[in-house]
Design a protein. Structure first.
Length: 446
């Protein structure tokens, strides 16, 4: 029953979203992006990737099959499709909290057979004639976000908002919903560009010069380097966009890999007090014992009341690192089930209510659609800044965070809880979803 309910909002919600919307899609011809130099054109990568001849070499991949159904499949290997592509043999991949939204079929533009995954490290096997910075044999981190390297957003390092790598769904759904398209992501549905994912033995990397980090001469292990693909960059990005630093008090909702790293990096940046909230005991233990957070168990404690007692006046920075689909109680569960909303506002509302007046509430957790009962009044009356952190900007932070790792300034060995062969990834998804065996990050070895 729960699984059925979980599967419904995206189906009903998708129609509902479209019906609720006037068609305000901007008819923007490819290449007319205003930040580009005169005469320069955006050239969107070709999707899907070409495959080698069916009788040629194969690859193994984890594919989405339906609600709570993924499978390991053998497929013809991806091939160079555009001249700027590289083919990478994946040596290490992993599962993200964002993959769980797909796993629960709570996202637009999912189709059975899609290869999942957006975090990986590997060895470059082949490059197209337009690749200038990488060669076969290079060891690389693959960034989760695909950057065109040309648009005004990429020029500023705001690669999660890239204009040149995502058409936003077969029918332009993203532009209808958001007024704009954001960057393409690996393994993340048609809405995010329809690119094949990285939980696989091989991957095609479009615009390889922009989307790989060279770690050939770095002593950092695959298991640590893979955190630069997404989660380190995401957590740093949340801190950066919310401007955390000495003098702040921060509360973080969610102690999955992202929330824990948001808390960890806040401490690295000099935030003295970090309050971490979750209802999963082992995750709260990590927040308290490994990062030095004060913790609140949302399963047994009244979060708002406890924060008000702990921090009179409230924390001035509050970051939501849980997700749109973590509804509680009957009302939002029911509204999501019948498509009256896609996203619950409950966690964001808690952050808004707890936040100190004139403070900042950041959303690094994934939200993607519409919500009811959003506490817009408190945002206005309390002079809050609401910061949509967006998808990460790994091209901006990756090299800096790698250097910090190499210099021993950041280290999170507690994050790597499990290693398994890619062939066991179906079990890995189940375990990560159900939060079994104290799981945080599962390293998958193809
Ligand atoms: N913006 C980005 O670039 C980006 C990148 C990666 C992940 N994400 C998103 O960040 C979020 C966290 O990712 P993750 O890998 O840590 O996922 P996760 O699912 O492992 O962690 C989420 C945590 O939130 C907790 N939670 C649920 N309801 C809660 C509540 N009411 N109060 C407090 N905590 C609650 C869960 O118990 C869980 O531990 C996801 O939404 C993911 O999609 C965003
Ligand atoms: Zn991710
Ligand atoms: Zn761009």
């Amino acid at each position: 029953m729960a699984a059925d309910l979980a599967a419904m909002p995206s189906q009903l919600g998708q129609k509902g979203l479209m019906a609720m919307h006037h068609d305000n899609r901007v008819n923007r011809p490819e290449g007319s992006q205003p930040g580009l130099a005169c005469g320069e054109m955006l050239t969107f990568p070709t999707v899907p990737a070409k495959r080698v001849d069916a009788s040629g070499p194969k690859m193994t991949a984890l594919t989405f099959q339906g609600a709570e159904k993924v499978a390991i499949e053998e497929q013809p290997r991806v091939a160079i499709t555009d001249p700027t592509d590289a083919i990478v043999r994946i040596t290490t991949s992993t599962i993200c909290g964002s993959d769980l939204h797909l796993y629960h079929k709570e996202f637009l533009g999912l189709s059975p057979g899609m290869i999942c995954g957006h975090e990986a490290v590997g060895i470059v096997e082949e490059v197209g004639p337009g690749v200038t910075k990488f060669k076969p044999g290079d060891r690389v981190v693959i960034y989760a976000v695909i950057s065109c390297g040309k648009c005004e957003y990429c020029a500023r390092g705001e690669t999660g908002c890239c204009e040149g790598t995502n058409r936003g769904g077969k029918k332009g759904e993203m532009e209808k919903m958001y007024g704009h398209c954001t960057a393409g992501l690996f393994g993340y549905s048609e809405l995010m560009g329809g690119y094949e994912g990285l939980q696989a033995s091989h991957a095609r990397i479009p615009l390889a010069d922009n989307n790989l980090l060279n770690i050939t001469s770095s002593p950092v292990t695959d298991e640590n380097a893979i955190m630069l693909a997404d989660i380190y960059c995401t957590a740093w990005h949340a801190n950066e966009t919310c401007g955390t630093g000495p003098g702040d008090t921060l509360a973080v909702w969610g102690c999955g890999p992202i929330g824990l790293l948001v808390a960890y990096f806040a401490k690295v940046r000099g935030v003295k007090r970090v309050i971490a909230i979750d209802s999963v005991k082992y995750r709260l233990d990590v927040a308290r014992d490994k990062i030095g957070c004060e913790v609140i168990d949302a399963g047994t404690q009244d979060v708002v009341k406890t924060i008000q007692e702990l921090v009179p006046g409230g924390p001035n920075k509050c970051i939501d690192a849980a997700a749109f689909r973590y509804d509680r109680g009957i009302m939002h569960k029911a509204m999501r089930a019948v498509g009256m909303e896609t996203d619950t506002p409950q966690i964001a509302n808690e952050a808004i209510v707890c936040c100190r007046k004139v403070g900042t509430v950041g959303l690094i957790a994934d939200y993607y659609g519409y919500t009811n009962h959003f506490n817009i009044g408190a945002v206005m009356e309390k002079s809050l800044t609401l910061r949509g952190c967006g998808q990460l900007w790994p091209q901006k932070y990756g090299p800096m965070l790698l250097k910090m790792m190499e210099e021993g300034k950041i280290s999170t060995p507690w994050m790597l809880t499990h290693t398994m062969p890619l062939s066991d990834a179906v079990r890995g998804y189940e375990m990560f979803d159900k939060k079994e065996d104290n799981v945080l990050k599962i390293i998958l070895k193809p």
